[in-house]
Write a protein that binds this ligand. Structure first.
Ligand code: F6P
Length: 340
């Protein structure tokens, strides 16, 4: 252990006026949200703060669905997928008068600050809410999409990737047995991270992502080279936001232009959002959960805590939302080299 190491002390932030912290999970659930919640609750308690769980994201703020949390409330949840606080996509929170009601509920409850765990929709709401009512909020990136600027990884992404490769490995058995061409659609909204890295890890012949366009002839060349090798089957991963209409859109074009292929489509869907978080996601969630409470007690607000080169980093909400995290398109080259 290095000489400079000093362990945290319960009195480290005793001067900070924040006494009660609310925590919620919002938007699409992601494996590791519970591990993040556990870390937020235990860190707040460690620094002698009260902590209140808010159910169903912003909906729970509006409906005052609150519960004081003690350490035991987050026992035995680090390994659970989903979120014990439940989540929601809350349209009403777009209205100013609804947000005002939410703020009044926080005041009534004596909640001084919030930790919000979610993706860009969650942070967009948090940014406006913080601006309007001056409440300190720190965000923790929880989404399988990995599409947030300001963090190398979001909580849930690694677990979703592992779910994808497990599913693709199974589909490959059928693809090979029947000599078929499979288009497998994965989640990620408008971002290709899951498709790209899922494609590399499952040995896909090609990957189609929203960030680049692949014409149908080039795609056929990739598929042909796959068939040449074995190989009589091929797997193509398609990101759901892909411009030609996802896996079904692409499959239709291929069937029309190249009828020699026996084409099938599988949409992995919400299976990608479930399951026990991987070690990577549990560790990431634990680190970011601790960092979020420390950031609040350090007077930070309207920032997202993230990980960059293995160090915790803070990014203002407006940047995390506005800027696109770029996919490394070099990874497409990796796929093409390895499948040729
Ligand atoms: O943002 C997470 C995500 O799973 C996306 O990958 C997907 O597009 C979306 O949520 C699906 O949302 P819902 O579960 O509300 O249909």
């Amino acid at each position: 252990m290095s000489k400079e190491y000093r362990s945290p002390h319960a009195d480290d932030y005793s001067d900070n006026p924040i006494r009660k912290i609310g925590v919620l999970t919002s938007g699409g659930d992601a494996p590791g949200m519970n591990a993040a919640l556990r870390a937020v609750v235990r860190t707040a308690i460690f620094y002698r703060r009260e902590v209140v769980g808010i159910y169903q994201g912003y909906k729970g703020l509006i409906e005052k669905n609150f519960k004081n949390m003690v350490s035991g409330d987050v026992s035995n949840i680090i390994q659970l997928g989903g979120t014990i606080l439940k989540s929601a996509r809350c349209k009403e929170f777009h209205l100013r008068e609804v947000r005002e009601m939410a703020y009044n509920h926080l005041k009534e409850e004596g909640i001084d600050a919030l930790v919000v765990i979610g993706g860009d929709g969650t942070f967009t709401g948090a940014r406006i809410f913080a601006q309007e009512f001056g409440i300190p909020i720190v965000g923790v990136p929880g989404t399988i999409d990995n599409d947030l600027f300001g963090t190398d990884f979001t909580i849930g992404y690694d677990t979703a990737l592992n779910t994808i490769i497990e599913a693709v490995d199974k589909i490959r058995d059928t693809a090979t047995a029947h000599e078929r061409l499979f288009f497998i659609e994965v989640m990620g909204r408008d971002a290709g991270f899951l498709a790209l890295n899922g494609g590399i890890a499952s040995g896909a012949e090609a990957v189609l992502i929203p960030e680049t366009s692949t014409d149908i002839t080039t795609l056929e060349n990739y598929i042909k080279s796959g068939y040449r090798k074995s190989k009589n089957s091929s797997i193509v991963l398609v990101a759901e936001g892909e411009k030609a209409g996802g896996a079904f859109g692409i499959a239709k074009q291929v069937e029309e232009n190249f009828p020699q292929y026996d084409v099938r489509v599988t949409v992995l869907g919400h299976i990608q959002r479930g399951g026990s978080p991987t070690a990577f996601d549990r560790i990431l969630a634990s680190r970011l959960g601790v960092a979020s409470v420390e950031a609040l007690l350090d007077d930070q607000q309207s920032v997202m805590v993230g990980i960059s080169n293995d160090a915790v980093e803070l990014t203002p909400f407006n940047k995390a939302i506005k800027y696109d995290k770029e996919v490394n398109t070099k990874l497409l080259d990796t796929i093409h080299i390895l499948s040729s």
